[in-house]
Design a protein around this ligand. Structure first.
Ligand SMILES: [Fe+2]
Ligand SMILES: [Fe+2]
Length: 160
């Protein structure tokens, strides 16, 4: 996988995610959370690779963890964006709400035993996370850099 001009290309549809420094926002807390999201996504991939029965129980557990972690991460970003008065906050939040809805819907289908294809779901999730980080999160990261340069924002304000 590689990122060029904010377009993400995949060498393989079914591949693990590797962290790339081009995803970095330069905000330590956010970067650490993004790395953890990558880890959990890979755990979901791993669960898909396990045998069918094992995959089911492992997948369920990791999905629950993913839901919690995504919520935590989005709350962190919302608080940060409010604190720094990021102008595109509303639009960014709409993107987050869309993903939460998608994940909760998928988790629900999965628990009901409805038609649910874990491989497909994880692939979609991976694409969403990486493109969101590369485009939307990158945008507030640039805003932060700009505000810092102008002396309008300090590291202390970023930490909350
Ligand atoms: Fe993010
Ligand atoms: Fe975000």
């Amino acid at each position: 996988m590689n990122v060029k001009n904010n377009v993400i290309n995949y060498d393989d549809d079914y591949s693990f995610v590797s962290w790339d420094d081009s995803f970095a926002t330069g905000i330590l807390l956010i970067d650490n959370q993004h790395k953890e999201l990558v880890n959990i996504t890979n755990e979901l991939f791993n669960a898909c690779l396990a045998g069918k029965d094992k995959a089911g129980s492992a997948f369920k557990e990791i999905m629950a963890h993913m839901v919690d972690y995504v919520k935590l991460h989005f709350t962190t970003e919302h608080e940060l964006m409010e604190r720094i008065q990021y102008p595109d906050y509303k639009n960014h939040k709409v993107q987050h709400d869309g993903l939460i809805k998608h994940i909760l819907g998928a988790a629900d289908e999965f628990s009901k035993g409805n038609k649910f294809i874990p491989n497909f779901f994880v692939r979609t999730l991976k694409e969403w996370i990486l493109s969101h980080v590369a485009v939307y999160d990158k945008d507030y990261a640039l805003f932060v850099q700009d505000q810092k340069k102008k002396g309008l924002l300090t590291d202390a304000q970023l930490e909350g």
